[in-house]
Design a protein around this ligand. Structure first.
Ligand code: GCO
Ligand code: MG
Length: 402
């Protein structure tokens, strides 16, 4: 089965998405997500100018060989742009293979290991009271696991606290907006939020929290320790991940489970973290970590070290990524949890899909392939709009981690 053409589709049904569509000589096509938030057009160029010309005429069934060709063959390995482009090709090829086999993708990976994929939703509020109410709404919707983020007294805006409660969208302006951050204020405030959540809702739900890479190792250790009484499912991205050894300090001090990986793009970003048992959950996902082929490699390595998966699933990962991730999740033996931020109705209409939310779980459908398509006519109506993630400064103006 030969690849005869491939194209990149850019659309903005409320936010930007980049999708690769690969067509074969047997009339079967596959699609893959290539969205890199705030840097979308660099992946478009990487695919159009450097990848697509190398794909034409290749056997669409040779997923592994094509992966190695694009990774090793480019000489310049790794990085979010390269790995998102490779992921898009890989996802589209798995979609094609599964359609050709007339099977849902999870069957090719090894079949279902579970009935549904446990997901967590995002509750947030301007203060503790509002956040506690928002968590209640997620509980009412059937969620078993909820991430909670709250505004911090004395800070005008805080990461994860949204205007629109259902469809949080951080890439909110044509040029980056600026937020102000104070670690001391945050560290004093956050344990109070989780104390209130446990007091209000008891022990029946999992609570998660995202620190968004804002602490030093010893600060993260302190936060993890102060959250221990509230038994978090995880503390996410406590420290920037470039220096993996930094997590030794966090690990030494706290038994709060540790998650990281949404900005990682290969197994090398997590090698020390995993092999030294410094984390509990690896958050790499299909689109930013080289597709199903590479994610499987990361998950297998993680399984040897008791690390479970917890894939990133924010709104900037398109429904195409979510569909593929769910097929992966329903199979992967060391599954932990899947993030699920709902897409808007406009986005869902551009990307018709067969997965559904039921009682705290997402369930992939049985359509051959990964179960997500793109309505190209509708996609064409939404033109690309420059949108950036914010930047973050300390109160004295120092540029900090976003
Ligand atoms: C999460 C993330 C997101 C990211 C966003 C960047 O845990 O969902 O931290 O909110 O910031 O996906 O593009
Ligand atoms: Mg995060």
């Amino acid at each position: 089965m030969k690849i005869v053409s491939a194209k990149v589709i850019v659309t903005c049904p409320g936010r930007n998405f980049v999708t690769l569509k690969i067509q074969t000589d047997q009339g079967i096509y596959g699609i893959g997500d290539a969205t890199l938030n705030g840097r979308e057009l660099s992946v478009v160029s990487y695919l159009q100018d450097h990848v697509i010309p190398c794909l034409i005429g290749r056997d669409a069934h040779q997923i592994e060989d094509i992966w190695q060709y694009l990774y090793r063959g480019a000489y310049w390995r790794r990085g979010p742009v390269t790995m998102s482009a490779i992921a898009a090709v890989d996802t589209a090829l798995w979609d094609i293979k599964a359609k050709a086999a007339n099977m849902p993708l999870y069957q090719l990976l090894g079949g279902r290991s579970r009935e549904g994929v446990l997901v967590y939703g995002h509750a947030n509020g301007k203060d503790i009271a509002e956040t506690v109410d928002e968590v209640g709404k997620y509980i009412d919707m059937g969620y078993k696991a909820i991430r909670a983020q709250s505004g911090v007294p004395g800070l005008a805006s805080t990461y994860g606290v949204a205007g629109d409660k259902m469809f949080y969208e951080p890439a909110d302006a044509a040029l980056p907006t600026e937020n102000v951050w104070s670690t001391p204020k945050y560290l004093t405030h956050t344990p109070k939020l989780f104390e209130k959540l446990r007091d209000t809702y008891g022990d029946g739900h999992e609570f998660l929290h995202d620190v968004h890479h804002r602490l030093t190792p010893i600060e993260a250790a302190r936060l993890g320790k102060s959250l221990e009484p509230y038994r978090l499912f995880w503390m996410e991205d406590a420290v920037p991940g470039e220096n993996q050894e930094a997590f030794r300090i966090v690990r030494q001090h706290t038994v709060t489970p540790i998650a990281i990986g949404e900005v990682f793009n290969t197994i090398w970003d997590a090698k020390t973290l995993i092999q030294e048992h410094l984390i509990d959950y690896i958050r790499t996902t299909v689109v930013h970590a080289g597709g199903i082929t590479h994610l499987r490699r990361i998950a297998d390595f993680a399984a040897l070290h008791h690390v479970r998966t917890g894939s990133h699933g924010a709104t900037d990962l398109s429904p195409v990524c979510m569909g593929a991730a769910l097929h992966f999740d329903i199979w992967v033996p060391n599954f932990g949890i899947q993030e699920y931020m709902r897409h808007t109705e406009e986005t869902d209409a551009v990307f018709p899909h067969d997965y559904k939310f039921e009682n705290g779980y997402l369930i992939p459908g049985d359509t051959p392939g990964h179960g997500v398509d793109i309505d190209e006519e509708l996609a064409a109506k939404y033109e690309y709009k420059p949108a950036y993630l914010p930047v973050n400064r300390l109160e004295d103006g120092t540029l900090w981690h976003w």
